[in-house]
Design a binder for this molecule. Structure first.
Ligand code: ADP
Ligand code: MG
Length: 234
């Protein structure tokens, strides 16, 4: 009996993506959004975060991105506790995270490929690589024929594909998506969910928050469900 146990100890645990330990978030004394929530997620996984509107999904993503701090409890990301207030450490952690929002948040006067290229340009990456990599990525997400279009000339689904490309252009370890299909039709939503799945298969961990439970049910992925401040995993 001892030998297998020893082997397990040697290999060690699966690398940790995220851990919440007794995390509470209280915006005002009458409203507890998260009530001592604890869970952990493995690195590289694809997780849905579900629950009705107002359940605290966006708040939880903000806690992970460190734009919100918990009222109490501990959060660790990529094995590091998020208690340290050092801005350099926060910036370094945020660089490993890509974000996608319901309202796309593209810059209206920039073209599709300029929007997607922005994080690389801001990081001072060499222009020739930026152009080549961004164009390849936009082709991969399915908007290769719309490179020079401005956001106002693109459909909702196309805009979200550009926003997804921008979120992953720097090869983040984690992609956070907050209701990414809230502004597109059902058919497009399904295609975008498949795109997130493909990105996950290429190695990016994904946490996708959505209240669209009928879409979640089509994918056999672990889901965290928030309701009344509590979290259930299924
Ligand atoms: N900055 C804030 N200040 C006060 N209340 C907030 C704030 N952000 C969110 N809330 C409240 O917290 C609850 C959870 O909101 P949210 O995280 O946006 O939920 P979801 O994304 O699941 O719809 C809601 O009742 C919302 O009104
Ligand atoms: Mg929300």
């Amino acid at each position: 009996m001892l030998a297998p146990r020893l082997i397990l100890l040697k290999i060690g645990p699966v690398p940790m993506l995220l851990a919440f330990k007794n995390v509470s978030l209280i915006y005002n004394p009458k409203h507890t959004v998260l009530d001592s929530v604890s869970f952990s997620l493995n690195d590289g996984g694809f997780y849905f975060l579900t629950g009705p509107s107002g359940a605290g999904k966006s708040s939880m993503l903000r806690l992970i991105y460190q734009s919100e701090r918990p009222t109490s409890g501990q959060i660790s990301l990529f094995g590091e506790p998020l208690e340290n207030n050092d801005p350099k450490k926060k910036t370094a952690l945020r660089r490993k995270i890509g974000m996608v929002f319901q309202d796309f948040r593209l810059i209206p006067h920039l073209t599709a490929w300029e929007n997607a290229a922005l994080p690389l340009r801001l990081a001072g990456v060499e222009e020739e690589y930026v152009k080549r990599h961004t164009k390849e990525l936009l082709e991969w997400v399915g908007v290769g024929d719309r490179l020079d279009a401005k956001p106002g000339e693109l459909s909702g689904g196309e805009q979200q594909r550009v926003a997804i490309a921008r979120a992953v252009v720097s090869k983040p370890r984690l992609l956070l998506a907050d209701e990414p299909t809230g502004n597109v039709d059902e058919n497009t939503a399904l295609k975008l969910f498949h795109l997130f799945d493909e990105l996950n298969k290429l190695g990016t961990a994904v946490i996708l928050a959505t209240h669209q439970s009928h879409l979640v049910e089509k994918f056999h992925k672990p889901a965290l469900r928030l309701a009344d401040g509590r979290l259930k995993r299924f």
